[in-house]
Ligand binder design. Structure first.
Ligand code: BGC
Length: 462
């Protein structure tokens, strides 16, 4: 204590301010910076869509084979699986259950233990089939052979709605023997290995697509799906004639952008801080998902933790002591950021959280920690807003209209918990787009079921 007090006395308040500024300023992106980010993203989008440049593009712009948002006539009982966030879920979805275009839900969460996330693909799919069997058993519907919507939220090269090949894992998943394989086939094989139940036709969707579909069910202007959760990504309806990887020129197709990989070729390097680089270096997918690592829930807490350590080492936080609790990876959780920021009138929340980490923070410490949280979460929202602007402006130009009215279906805990949601839409970047955000109600479940409904109709017609 005496030692740390002595250190505080030596600190000149001006230098303290300068040190904080030096540390947090790189997180502030000007309108000019954001415009430059969105211009770069537009170039990447173009590269992803074009046959000649697709292979080298970082933003893959993957065709989803979803050609229109729901028209409200979809009906039936569907199973839905949701893999790709922090939890795995099984759902039973009744589309149009009572003739009033409603979608009802029953669901169960199954944890995915760390050893399964990093084990073999066979273990992962066995686990999924086990959870599904338990769910069907508990509801006495094991003999029903229901169609299934599979929300699989990783970059996949879709061959059709029911065939989807994993390009790479993200968000901490690392199961062996899955990259390059069709995940529908792996699921069916795992169910067959059990041999005690069967499923109907399967449709694979990304969570962004499920989110757009579930909102599109209510609002036909919903043509963009956005996720800001453990990972981040967006999808939108593109003119089919611009999607060179798919035959045909008429109508639209939903494109899974996979914008999390934006920057993997270095185009965002000038905006990355030393903390972003450190988070990347410590991750299981180094050099990959660079944009995602600046934005999403899996990484924001870590960025804050590394800044706090730096500021403590600089002697401007925690009396110049680097607390042991903060030295542990992931000890500062992303949810702490929104909790601290939401508490605008007091420092109580910051105090509570820092104390729970074993610290004895002063008011100045709490205040500074809140500034750090705000710098990181504001940058996340700013980058998202810039990327969304690129998308909505592209749609506006595609449709050749002066002003585009568009709804963004959105989901993910980072968005849900963000205290300043208006930051996700930056109207100064896109004055010609009138953008509304619509929170999705369980898009990964309902949206996947709606796509499964489309597949089922297609099968019935052919
Ligand atoms: C995945 C995307 C997904 C996003 C949000 C990213 O890591 O690559 O497919 O949509 O996370 O869950």
């Amino acid at each position: 204590r005496v030692h740390s007090l002595a250190r505080v006395e030596m600190t000149d308040p001006l230098t303290t301010k300068q040190k904080v500024k030096e540390c947090l300023n790189p997180f502030k992106l000007s309108t000019q910076d954001l415009n430059s980010v969105l211009e770069r993203l537009l170039k990447e989008m173009e590269k992803g869509l074009k046959k000649k440049t697709h292979d080298s593009a970082t933003v893959k712009m993957l065709p989803t084979y979803v050609r229109h948002t729901p028209d409200g006539t979809e009906t039936g009982d569907f199973l839905a699986l949701d893999l790709g966030g922090t939890n795995f879920r099984v759902l039973l979805v009744k589309v149009n259950a009572d003739g009033k275009s409603t979608v009802k839900l029953e669901s169960e969460i199954c944890a995915i233990p760390q050893e399964i996330m990093e084990g073999t693909g066979e273990e992962l799919f066995n686990h999924i089939a086990d959870c599904l069997a338990q769910f069907l058993d508990s509801r006495n519907i094991k003999d029903k052979k229901l169609p299934l919507g599979f929300t699989f939220s990783f970059p996949c090269k879709q061959i059709d709605l029911d065939k989807s090949v994993l390009i790479r894992w993200t968000k901490g998943f690392q199961c062996s023997g899955v990259v390059g394989k069709d995940v529908v086939q792996l699921l069916i094989e795992a169910i067959q290995r059990r041999g005690d139940f069967d499923i109907g036709s399967v449709a694979v969707v990304n969570d962004t697509v499920g989110t757009m579909m579930s909102c599109g069910y209510k609002d036909p202007e919903c043509q963009i799906g956005l996720i800001i959760g453990t990972g981040t990504n967006a999808c939108y309806m593109e003119e089919l004639q611009n999607v060179e990887l798919v035959e045909g020129t008429e109508g639209l197709m939903c494109i899974n952008m996979e914008w999390g990989a934006f920057g993997d070729d270095g185009v965002l390097d000038e905006y990355r801080t030393k903390f972003d680089k450190e988070v990347d270096a410590q991750s299981v997918n180094q050099g990959k998902q660079i944009f995602e690592k600046m934005i999403s829930g899996m990484y924001m807490g870590e960025i804050v933790r590394l800044i706090l350590i730096d500021l403590a080492k600089e002697n401007v936080l925690f009396n110049g002591m680097v607390p042991a609790a903060l030295q542990m990876k992931n000890s500062f959780e992303t949810r702490h950021i929104s909790e601290i920021e939401a508490d605008t009138n007091s420092l109580a929340e910051a105090h509570k959280i820092l104390t729970s980490l074993g610290l004895e923070p002063s008011d100045d410490d709490c205040e500074l920690v809140r500034s750090v949280c705000s710098a990181v979460s504001t940058r996340s929202a700013d980058l998202c807003a810039a990327a969304l602007t690129a998308v909505s402006n592209r749609i506006r130009q595609n449709r050749d209209v002066d002003c585009l009215k568009i709804t963004v279906g959105v989901d993910g805990t980072v968005y849900r918990k963000h205290p300043k949601k208006t930051h996700f839409h930056n109207s100064s970047l896109a004055p010609q787009c009138d953008v509304t955000f619509m929170l999705s109600e369980d898009g990964s479940g309902k949206g996947a079921a709606l796509v499964a409904a489309v597949v089922q109709n297609k099968n019935m017609c052919s």
